[in-house]
Design a protein around this ligand. Structure first.
Ligand code: HEM
Ligand SMILES: [Mg+2]
Length: 164
């Protein structure tokens, strides 16, 4: 409610109000068009396929934080400038998805591409998913910081270091 500045009842559609929580350069949603109040909520199939195709580069069949950093750089290049707050929100979203769905070793091993695909396409938890840890604020912060640092390095064309 605070983030949306809407202190009455909220519907899920309200979450898509542009440039509040919602932002441009989303992973599987098109940008807001012509200053519309709400951004598109429908999942874009091409973007989803492109996202999944970027995974598996570090650990087979899994989307890691390293992959996420590459994808975020790519989306920000495709869509143009994203302000710092929304760039951080965007990193947080993919980090929470990798952390929650990927389990307690997700910072290192990522999440299976199929679980991420399910989440993105159907907005549902994978059938056999069970929580195995708390994805707290601190852990999310650390993982998002790794993605942010890697994005800076990728833009400067530096390779990843062995461990993080
Ligand atoms: C288990 C918890 C959650 C996970 C794993 C998750 C994951 C994600 C992911 C991966 C995206 C990016 C979609 C894209 O880039 O196309 C996203 C976007 C978004 N999430 Fe969540 N989310 C969670 C909880 C929430 C909650 C509780 C809210 C609101 C109260 C929320 C609001 C949003 C909004 C408004 C967007 C659209 C932002 C945009 O992409 O422009 N999410 N989320
Ligand atoms: Mg968006």
């Amino acid at each position: 409610m605070l983030l949306l500045g809407q202190y009455r009842s909220l519907s899920l559609s309200d979450l898509a109000r542009h440039n509040m929580i919602e932002h441009n350069a989303s992973l599987v949603h098109k940008d807001d068009r012509n200053g519309a109040e709400y951004a598109p909520c429908k999942v874009n199939r091409k973007l989803l396929e492109a996202l999944c195709a970027e995974g598996g580069k570090v650990v087979p069949d899994r989307m890691t934080l390293e992959d996420a950093a590459h994808i975020r750089v790519q989306r920000e290049v495709e869509c143009g400038v994203l302000d710092g707050v929304h760039a951080e929100i965007a990193r947080g979203e993919i980090v929470i998805a990798i952390g929650v769905l990927g389990g307690k070793d997700a910072a290192k091993n990522g999440v299976t591409i199929s679980a991420l695909h399910d989440w993105m396409q159907h907005e549902r938890l994978p059938v056999d998913w069970k929580p195995d840890h708390t994805q707290g604020l601190y852990q999310t912060y650390k993982m998002a910081k790794y993605v942010r640092d890697r994005m800076t390095e990728i833009k400067a064309q530096k390779p990843p270091v062995e461990s993080h």
